[in-house]
Design a protein around this ligand. Structure first.
Ligand SMILES: *Cc1c(COP(=O)(O)O)cnc(C)c1O
Length: 329
């Protein structure tokens, strides 16, 4: 597929989801999850997340089900699978499709099984910054349903099985061959890279343990692959400014929740509708995280966070140039 967004969209199309249908997804996600629902003409129904993992809260998910609900699109945010047993159980009981947005979770596991193997269809993104990235946009769907696989092959290739004969009005959403070659070369390294990310997360956890920031929570059933390492800090903006000044790049994923975006004004939400998501948006900070990160760099990030929380400056002034910067991927 040509992107993760296309992967989600065509997965929903292949399942026959369209106008009049509702698809439930977390309020705390990258907007592409929600856009894909809109593209097929269905209505996105947002629910709040669990404060620890920042993933969809199964209790709230169940409350959001109506007679129009057709599918649930849990997002494995930051590389940690959502509580899939709980989500699957609710989907089974209500006869709903489970489609995984695994766009941040290549190689992650839930109870020892890979993300992407739970829903009837799952979507991955190969955007360059993801744990497995092409040199440009790319995406993939996985399914164990041959009929869905066949439909998806038609949808991504002009609705054509045999060249110049078109069974449905499909799209051009193929993965570029060049990117396929890049991904083919990189795939064998994915597990090693994810292991490195997990080691860095453990190093961050011990380096930051005594500081007044909240560390990412690992769900006991999940094998997190740390696409992002996201802490929570009450004075996030000041901390972020301090780190930026010291040459340490950070991110906020994401600063404005979907329900407060102008693009989704018509959903009729207001501030206060998803309090956990909104609190996260104010406090989250993504620290540098990529396989090649060093212990030394992690130590420096922790040192600067400590310095900020003490109101001190161990470097004795703004940005010690000799120390160099630490970038996001
Ligand atoms: C990246 C991402 C997408 C979309 O993938 P693209 O390849 O950028 O289209 C969808 N959902 C989530 C959670 C993502 O992180």
């Amino acid at each position: 597929m040509d992107s993760g967004t296309s992967a989600i969209e065509l997965a929903l199309r292949a399942l026959g989801i369209g106008p009049g249908d509702e698809v439930i997804t977390p309020a705390n996600t990258f907007i592409a999850s929600v856009l894909a629902i809109s593209y097929v003409g269905a209505t996105p129904v947002l629910v709040d997340v669990e404060p620890g993992t920042a993933n969809i809260d199964p209790r709230l998910l169940e409350q959001a089900i109506t007679e129009r609900t057709k599918a649930v699109l849990p997002v494995h945010l930051y590389g940690q699978p959502a509580d899939l047993a709980a989500v699957q159980e609710i989907c089974d009981r209500h006869g709903l499709e489970l489609v995984e947005d695994a766009c941040q979770a290549h190689g992650a596991t839930y109870r020892g099984k890979r993300a992407g193997g739970f829903g009837r269809v799952a979507a991955f993104s190969f955007y360059p910054a993801k744990n497995l990235g092409a040199y440009g946009d790319g995406g993939m769907v996985v399914t164990d349903d041959p009929a869905v696989a066949e439909e998806m092959r038609l949808l991504r290739n002009y609705g054509s099985r045999e060249k110049y004969y078109h069974e449905i009005r499909g799209y051009n959403r193929r993965l570029d061959t060049l990117h396929a070659a890049v991904l083919h070369a990189k795939l064998p390294h994915l597990d090693g890279w994810n292991e490195a990310r997990r080691r860095h997360a453990a190093s961050y956890a011990s380096a930051l343990a005594s500081l007044p920031v909240e560390l990412p929570a690992e769900h006991p059933d999940s094998g997190h692959v740390y696409h992002l390492y996201v802490i929570r800090a009450p004075d996030r903006d000041a901390l972020r400014a301090h780190l930026t000044e010291r040459g340490i790049a950070t991110g906020v994923h994401y600063p404005l929740p979907v329900h407060l975006q102008r693009a989704y004004r018509d959903l009729g939400h207001r501030e206060g509708d998803f309090p956990v998501t909104e609190a996260l948006a104010r406090q989250i900070l993504s620290l540098p995280m990529f396989p090649e990160l060093t212990e030394e760099a992690i130590g420096r990030v922790a040192e600067e966070i400590a310095a900020h929380t003490r109101g001190l400056d161990p470097a004795g002034g703004p940005r010690a140039a000799s120390k160099g910067g630490i970038d996001l991927p």
